[in-house]
Design a protein around this ligand. Structure first.
Ligand code: PLP
Length: 379
């Protein structure tokens, strides 16, 4: 007989590990509202791929229900997570689906992007029995998903057969964050040209969009009916226009101190002995490491927040722990929370600042937060 013990599922205990991401859903709602206004009232496809950029797709979807047009994700699994969680709004699968997955998409009521010419014939055979809303993606310069303008012309006969299901057309900018708008303008022109080809072939789309957060913030949406912001919803941005709009970062990462020790001058800390205490110090060990998504190269480079002050992360970040140096006179006790990712955009340990220091983008830091981190939601 199997014992109860064995049958007990391994459910993460919210208070078990002294590390949590706090997500302020009110801030995400206000960001959505700001973005909607900045877009001139266009429909928002809130992009929730990669677990809502690490923020937790289901709680974010629930918070945004009624405020946005629908949700965009990249895989069938991500769509299922939302439907299983009771989300009934429109869900757009940005990365498309293989033809065999269409019956499932039909049952789930998904909207699927056509991302290439390869499965169009199969779509045509399956759709009459398993209706799915489609959006046609045009490759205007990302070189990834979508029909190239040349492929578009070749595929027109098949596309005409699929026309009853095609409700929208979309593209994606490659350089929306670039101060030089030259390539974005060419992409727009290619998109317009493709829409004209569709119209001339008798394929009418009511929805058209090709803007991500940066395109919205930088005013590249002319003619579009919808917009697809991801990063900016979470209050993060790589362009100055984002800060000017007053976007509020929604996520903070908080780790508890698990150990405090006083060390004499000359003590080395961590793997590789990359830090040597220049004078007597207090070392606090926090329950967060690179296995959680706190990047190893932040060691000796980042700071963390503690009661309104910041202190340096010293030594290498290890798998489950990192170490912080404080002056001896600073009071710190096991169980004290320290802020690793600050929700204040201007703080030296904000996600944007840390990403800059690492030579990466904020997306990589939030998406890298492991699912083992408990998420706490504030509204
Ligand atoms: C991820 C993604 C977006 C959102 O991009 P952000 O820069 O996070 O706003 C929009 N459209 C597509 C196709 C995407 O893959």
């Amino acid at each position: 007989m199997v014992s109860d013990q064995v049958l007990t599922p391994l459910v993460p205990q919210p208070e078990g590990r002294a590390l949590r991401a706090e997500v302020d859903l009110g801030r995400i709602q206000r960001n959505a509202d700001r973005l909607k206004r900045a877009s001139g009232g266009k429909g928002l496809w809130a992009v929730l791929k990669a677990n809502a950029y690490g923020h937790g797709s289901l709680p974010v979807a629930r918070a945004l229900t009624g405020l946005v047009h629908g949700f965009a994700i990249s895989s069938l699994e991500e769509a299922m997570e939302l439907r299983d969680g009771g989300i009934t709004a429109e869900i757009l699968v940005l990365g498309g689906l293989r033809a065999e997955a269409l019956p499932r998409a039909s049952v789930l009521g998904l909207t699927v992007a056509i991302v290439g010419p390869e499965s169009l014939d199969a779509y045509g055979r399956i759709l009459p029995d398993h209706p799915v809303k489609l959006q046609l993606k045009v490759d205007t310069g990302m070189g990834r998903f979508g029909l190239l303008p040349s492929e578009l012309s070749e595929c027109l006969p098949t596309l005409r057969r699929l026309a009853p299901w095609i409700g929208g057309a979309m593209a994606h900018f490659a350089t929306a964050d670039d101060p030089d708008r030259g390539f974005a303008d060419r992409q727009r022109a290619t998109f317009e040209g493709s829409l004209q080809v569709l119209t001339d072939a008798g394929i009418q789309v009511t929805e058209r969009h090709h803007g991500n957060s940066d395109a919205l913030l930088r005013g590249l949406l002319a003619g579009d009916t919808h917009v697809r912001p991801g990063l900016a919803l979470y209050g993060l941005t790589c362009v100055p226009e984002g800060r000017a709009l007053g976007l509020e970062p929604a996520l903070s990462l908080v780790a508890e101190v698990v150990r405090v020790k006083d060390v004499p001058a000359g003590t080395t800390v961590g793997y590789g002995r990359t830090f040597v205490a220049p004078h007597p110090l207090r070392i606090a060990t926090l329950a967060c490491g690179y296995a959680d998504g706190y990047r190893r190269d932040l060691g000796n480079r980042a700071v963390v927040g503690h009661r309104g002050r910041t202190f340096p992360v010293v030594g290498r970040v290890s798998m489950d722990y990192l170490t912080v140096a404080l002056p001896r006179e600073v009071e710190v006790d096991p169980g004290d929370p320290m802020v690793l990712f600050s929700p204040e955009a201007e703080a030296p340990h904000s996600i944007e600042r840390l990403a800059l220091a690492l030579g990466t983008i904020p997306y990589e830091l939030t998406c890298g937060l492991h699912r083992r981190i408990s998420r706490r939601y504030l509204s």
